[in-house]
Design a protein around this ligand. Structure first.
Ligand code: GLN
Length: 189
């Protein structure tokens, strides 16, 4: 099994460290020719979604990656990655892949003071550590979307067919269960 990590901006190295810990092979997606390699799953890391969206288009990665996600490539998207997947943004006119039928609010906890740590239940995984950094949350989700986690009543984790979208940064804590859940999805694909 090989996981492709979008490595154009943001917290990709932290996701790669988790994959290394779990003994999973990965490749980095940095330029168009990287998309010619074989991979079974995709990680869209946190960072700055506006910059990532711009680079995805400039580097000519956008259309093929979107097509792969639409066709079922298992995808784990965290923070800015969730913003890239969202069909709608409540406080931004620009959308990106738009493959996940949710409405996301960027910088939903405020820009500067919006970073915090908490622990909450996540799907069937029990209570997990959650580190939020200028994070978005999900304001509304299509009934077809499974809500996995809420913090203070706001949705912070969802699953929709092959896409897992998370507001926080699971790669910044020692707990690897979200990555393992994603890898299981890739394995069962
Ligand atoms: N605030 C960032 C954005 O809007 C997301 C923050 C993050 O990925 N940690 O893209």
């Amino acid at each position: 099994m090989t996981i492709a990590v979008l490595a154009i901006q943001g917290a990709f190295a932290e996701h790669e460290a988790v994959l290394t810990r779990l003994g999973v092979d990965f490749i980095e997606l940095r330029q168009r020719r990287d998309l010619e390699q074989h991979y079974d799953g995709l990680i869209l890391p946190g960072g700055e979604s506006t910059v990532q969206g711009k680079l995805l288009r400039e580097l000519n990665l956008f259309d093929k990656l979107k097509d792969q996600i639409v066709k079922g490539l298992p995808t784990l998207a965290t923070c800015a990655g969730l913003i890239l997947l969202a069909k709608q943004l409540s406080n931004d006119t620009l959308t990106h892949f738009g493959t996940l039928p949710v409405t996301v609010k960027r910088n939903a906890y405020g820009r500067q003071l919006g970073s915090f740590y908490t622990e909450e239940d996540f799907g069937d995984l029990g209570r997990l550590p959650m580190t939020f950094i200028r994070a978005p949350y999900i304001e509304a989700a299509s009934p077809k979307v499974r809500v996995l986690a809420k913090v203070n009543g706001n949705i912070v984790g969802v699953k929709y067919i092959n896409q897992i979208g998370i507001s926080f940064h699971p790669e910044l804590n020692d707990d690897t269960s979200i990555h393992q859940m994603f890898l299981e999805m890739v394995y069962n694909q």
